[in-house]
Design a protein around this ligand. Structure first.
Ligand SMILES: NC(=O)c1ccc[n+]([C@@H]2O[C@H](COP(=O)([O-])OP(=O)(O)OC[C@H]3O[C@@H](n4cnc5c(N)ncnc54)[C@H](O)[C@@H]3O)[C@@H](O)[C@H]2O)c1
Length: 313
């Protein structure tokens, strides 16, 4: 029998595209989307949907039993910039949602979990360039602390209870289908919207702030690839480094100016600058390449072409 998949937090920036990609791959009826709010039309119209709170264990269990779910992708979380404003709510959502799915897998009610981590697990004392898989991790943000703790718990549940949980540390993700949800790299999406609207863009990060980024198509492919890989290939049971490109606000502006020559940018760094300053500039993802054949496809130039073309339509 074919497997059934549940996505929790399916209406967000990643969840929306992940749901559509999984429905395309496995069939619309085999992928149940869920969130605390309804999503966009293509998501709502293409398959089953449930209103579901990721912090409510019983409600998740009910949906899992009802649809006979095998695999869960947990995408609900409070992101970096918002979490700095609501630390306790972020901790509650990010940790309890993870414990709920880990415990459901421990009790054999589901057989596999995807849970995303982030480059936010690293901190100001981590080597900034080509940050290795295993290195100093002293995150200084609420979000980063929750992701790093989450990684340790994933590793613990795998070792102690044999829970098949898989994870990648997403860099900042760039996409056009759904708006971003309150992260420190959101500027790299907003900038395309401004450029196409003919507006000057004021960036909330400084000109030279270089961060690891990835186009959404690469992120979705990585997510499905790691989940479809043989369990024996997944050597890293905390979370894998994942990389595609790194750039500064000045560099993304230049790549837009190749297509829209009169596009203008200025810089007014706010509280998000401190978050960005604590993160790596570039990531070494050799382990993911070695273990499950990961390789990014989209460069900054290709991302700019995709973003401008798709947002124009
Ligand atoms: N977008 C990025 O650049 C990025 C980078 C690194 C890691 N991640 C991680 O990927 C995951 C998904 O991120 P995203 O960008 O899609 O976030 P998002 O904010 O766009 O989406 C999160 C979704 O979760 C839902 N949600 C919030 N509280 C919920 C609850 N209690 N129960 C159920 N759903 C709830 C929201 O309604 C939203 O639709 C998160 O774990 C995030 O930390 C994202």
């Amino acid at each position: 029998m074919q497997k059934m998949i549940l996505i929790i937090g399916a209406c967000g920036q990643i969840g929306t595209e992940l749901t559509l990609a999984l429905r395309e791959k496995f069939g619309n009826d085999r992928v149940v989307a869920s969130d605390i709010r309804e999503g966009n039309e293509s998501l709502m119209a293409s398959g089953p949907f449930e209103i579901l709170d990721a912090t409510n264990y019983q409600a998740i269990e009910n949906v899992i039993m009802h649809y006979e779910i095998d695999e869960v992708y947990l995408m609900a979380a409070m992101l970096s910039a918002t979490a700095e404003k609501f630390p306790m709510r972020a901790w509650d959502l990010n940790m309890n949602s993870l414990f709920n799915v880990l415990n459901l897998a421990k009790d054999k009610k589901i057989s596999k979990i995807f849970w995303p981590s982030s480059i936010a697990v690293f901190g100001p004392n981590t080597p900034k360039e080509d940050t290795p898989q295993h290195t100093i991790m002293e995150p200084s943000t609420v979000y980063g602390i929750s992701k790093q703790s989450g990684e340790r718990w994933c590793s613990y549940y795998f070792k102690k209870y044999g829970v098949d949980v898989r994870s990648v540390r997403y860099p900042g993700l760039i996409s056009w289908k759904t708006l971003p949800g309150g992260g420190t790299t959101d500027y790299a999406i907003d900038i395309y919207h401004s450029a196409l609207a003919g507006k000057k863009f004021t960036c909330f990060l400084g000109e030279q702030t270089k961060l690891p980024m990835m186009y959404m198509d690469d992120a979705i492919r990585a997510t499905i690839d790691i989940m479809e890989s043989d369990a024996d290939n997944i050597k890293e049971r905390s979370s894998y480094n994942l990389a595609a490109m790194s750039f500064t606000p000045a560099e993304i502006a230049q790549s837009i100016q190749k297509h829209i020559p009169d596009f203008e940018i200025d810089y007014e760094p706010d509280f998000r600058q401190a978050i960005a300053d604590s993160w790596p500039s570039s990531i070494d993802d050799t382990e993911a390449q070695k273990d499950w054949n990961w390789k990014a496809q989209f460069t900054l130039e290709q991302t700019t072409v995709e973003m401008l073309e798709n947002l124009k339509n």
